[in-house]
Each structure stands twice: as C-alpha cells, then as structure tokens.
Ligand binder design. Structure first.
Ligand code: DQA
Length: 147
C-alpha cells in the first residue's frame, strides 16, 4: 500500500463553516476531509488529513511526511505569511508539495500576498474553496505517479 498523501491544515481552519463564511464558505473541516477522502479513493490513493492551531505541530507533521507520506498538501492558514520554520521544514521534505488556500489570497489584504510556503511548493491553488483541495490531490497523485 502506497504511503498516504498528507493534508495539513493550519490555525483557525477548525472553525470552517462558521468562520467568515462569506470568505471561506459553509463547508466544515469534516466536510472537507470527507471530500478529500472520496477524491483520493477515486484515484486509488489515501489521505491523512490533519489540522492544528499550533506551528510546532505543523513542523512536526511536515518532518514526519519526509518518510511517511507520498505527497503533501498544505494550507498553513496565517502561518503561510509568517512562518520560516514551516518553510524550512517543507524545504527538507522531498515529496511533492502543493499549497492550497480556500480564498484567493491575492485579492485580499496585502499581507496575505506573500507566502513562505510557495517557495517550497510545486504548485499553488487558491480561491477555489474545497475544490482546490480535490485539485491538489489530483496534482500530487500525478506527481507521485510520474516520479
Ligand atoms: C487561508 C488564507 C490565509 O490568509 C488565512 O490566514 C487563513 C486561510 C485560506 O485557506 O484561504 O487562515 O489559508
């Protein structure tokens, strides 16, 4: 059995569904996880879907992904725009990495336009809500098969 695709979600994404629904939609984190599980199943893959509000948890999980994941999808939430620790962990992780955001970070406040995560990502998907996660799974699955 191939290693799972890790899908790591950062701070405040546990509040999806009730947090600024006009920006992030009404889908909950559980809905999003189920959507990802179904998408992966259709592609013959599995996902390990996690969320934490703590930077250190995300760093630890990215380190774990080096050996235990076939690919990595990251929505680091606000840490996207601030965390060199997450960038360094991602740079040490040689599996295909896709960055995802539910909202279009480039049409929002200027401080959201810079992403540290992007420097380590093969690609970036933003502004497409939960569909972006499905597209990221497709991209990671394709990158893994090509390797
Ligand atoms: C987000 C965008 C970030 O700027 C924000 O801090 C989030 C969510 C998104 O999915 O659109 O928490 O990553």
């Amino acid at each position: 059995m191939a290693n799972p695709i890790y899908i790591l979600n950062g701070p405040n994404l546990n509040l999806l569904g009730s947090r600024e629904p006009e920006v992030y939609g009404i889908e909950t984190l559980v809905d999003l996880e189920q959507r990802c599980v179904r998408k992966a199943q259709r592609l013959g893959r599995t996902v390990d879907f996690r969320q934490s509000n703590t930077e250190g948890d995300l760093v630890g999980w990215i380190q774990e992904a080096r050996t235990n994941a076939s690919g990595l999808i990251v929505n680091a939430g606000a840490y996207t725009h601030t965390s060199i620790a997450i960038l360094d962990a991602l740079l040490a992780c040689k599996v295909p990495i896709v960055e995802v955001h539910l909202s279009n970070i480039f049409t929002r406040e200027p401080f959201r336009h810079r992403s540290y995560v992007s420097q380590a990502a093969k690609g970036v998907i933003c502004g497409l809500g939960g569909l972006g996660y499905e597209l990221a799974i497709e991209a990671v699955a394709a990158a893994v098969s090509d390797a």
